[in-house]
Design a protein around this ligand. Structure first.
Ligand SMILES: C[S@@+](CC[C@H](N)C(=O)[O-])C[C@H]1O[C@@H](n2cnc3c(N)ncnc32)[C@H](O)[C@@H]1O
Length: 257
C-alpha cells in the first residue's frame, strides 16, 4: 500500500483499538489490554536492547533518541530514561494523541506525527540513537529503504541505529500457512471474498484495516546499509519480534564517515 493508505490504515486501527494495534494478542482485542500491563512490556525490551548494544560495543547514551513508529510510546518512555530527550515519531495522529495523554510516563519524550517517507522535522547529524521495532515490517520495501536512508542522515557521527526487520518466511513454521505467504501480495486484499475466507484462519483480518507484512533478505539489508547509508553493520541478531512465521533480525549499526 502507498503511504497515504498506510496512514489511513494505522489511524483507523489506532482509533479503534490502539493497544491491540501495537501488541496484537488476540485475547486482548477489543480494549482488553490492561494499560499498566501493556506499558510494563516496554522496559524489559529496552533493557535487553541495552545489553545487546553493550555486547556489540555500541553506544546507548547521549542527548537525543528517536523511537520510530512509536505507537502509544511503549518503547519511547523507557528509551527516554536513557537519553536527555526522546522523540517518538508515528504516522498515526491517534497513536500520537494517545502517547501524549500518557506523557507522565516520560516527560522528556516528545511525540511527533510524520506522514512522509522522510524525517523532515529532524536536521542532519542531530540524533545520537535511532530505534525501531515492529514497524518497518508493515510497509512496502521502497519506504523501508527510504527510512533507512533517513535514519542514517539524522544520526550524528558515531551514532547508533538499531532496528528490527523480517528477512524471510520461516519455512519450518510457515510451510502449511499459505495465507501468511499471501499476506505479502497486495492484490490478495482486493479480493474481498478471499479475505473473508482467510479471516477464519487469521481473525485479526476482519475489518477493512489490516497489517501488511514485508521482509527484505538480510544480505540485501546489510549491503544497502553499508553501500548507501554510511552505516557500519556491527551485528544482525536473531530477533523473533515478527512472530514464529518469520525469520527476523535486530540490526545494530554505527554511523561511519
Ligand atoms: C505494531 S505498532 C508498534 C509500536 C511500537 N514500535 C511498539 O513496539 O510499541 C506499529 C506502529 O508503526 C506506526 N507506523 C507504521 N508505518 C509508519 C510510518 N511510515 N511512519 C511512522 N510510523 C509508522 C503505526 O502507526 C504503529 O503505531
Amino acid at each position: 500500500m502507498d503511504i497515504k493508505q498506510l496512514q489511513k490504515n494505522f489511524d483507523s486501527l489506532a482509533s479503534e483499538d490502539p493497544l491491540w494495534t501495537v501488541l496484537s494478542d488476540n485475547s486482548k482485542r477489543g480494549g482488553r489490554w490492561d494499560v499498566e500491563e501493556f506499558y510494563a512490556t516496554g522496559e524489559p525490551l529496552i533493557a535487553d536492547l541495552g545489553k545487546r548494544l553493550e555486547l556489540a560495543g555500541l553506544s546507548f547514551q547521549g542527548e537525543t533518541a528517536i523511537d520510530f513508529g512509536c505507537g502509544v510510546g511503549r518503547l519511547s518512555f523507557p528509551l527516554g530514561k536513557r537519553f536527555a530527550q526522546c522523540y517518538g515519531v508515528d504516522i498515526s495522529q491517534s497513536m500520537v494523541d494517545y502517547a501524549r495523554s500518557e506523557i507522565h510516563r516520560g516527560p522528556n519524550c516528545q511525540f511527533i506525527v510524520n506522514t512522509s517517507d522522510r524525517l523532515d522535522s529532524f536536521e542532519s547529524s542531530s540524533i545520537d540513537f535511532v530505534y525501531t521495532a515492529i514497524v518497518l515490517q508493515h510497509m512496502a520495501p521502497r519506504y523501508i529503504y527510504s527510512y533507512l536512508r533517513e535514519f542514517s542522515r539524522v544520526l550524528s557521527q558515531g551514532g547508533t541505529l538499531a532496528f528490527q526487520l523480517p528477512s524471510h518466511l520461516n519455512k519450518q513454521t510457515s510451510a502449511n500457512q499459505k495465507p501468511l505467504r499471501m499476506l505479502q501480495k497486495r492484490t490478495f486484499y482486493q479480493a474481498k471474498s478471499l479475505k473473508q475466507k482467510i479471516s477464519q484462519w487469521l481473525p485479526f483480518i476482519n475489518s477493512d484495516s489490516y497489517f501488511e507484512m514485508n521482509a527484505i533478505p538480510r544480505k540485501k539489508v546489510i549491503e544497502f546499509l553499508e553501500s548507501q547509508c554510511r552505516l557500519k553493520v556491527i551485528d544482525a541478531q536473531d530477533f523473533p519480534a515478527a512472530g514464529d512465521n518469520w525469520i527476523s533480525y535486530l540490526y545494530l549499526a554505527r554511523k561511519s564517515d
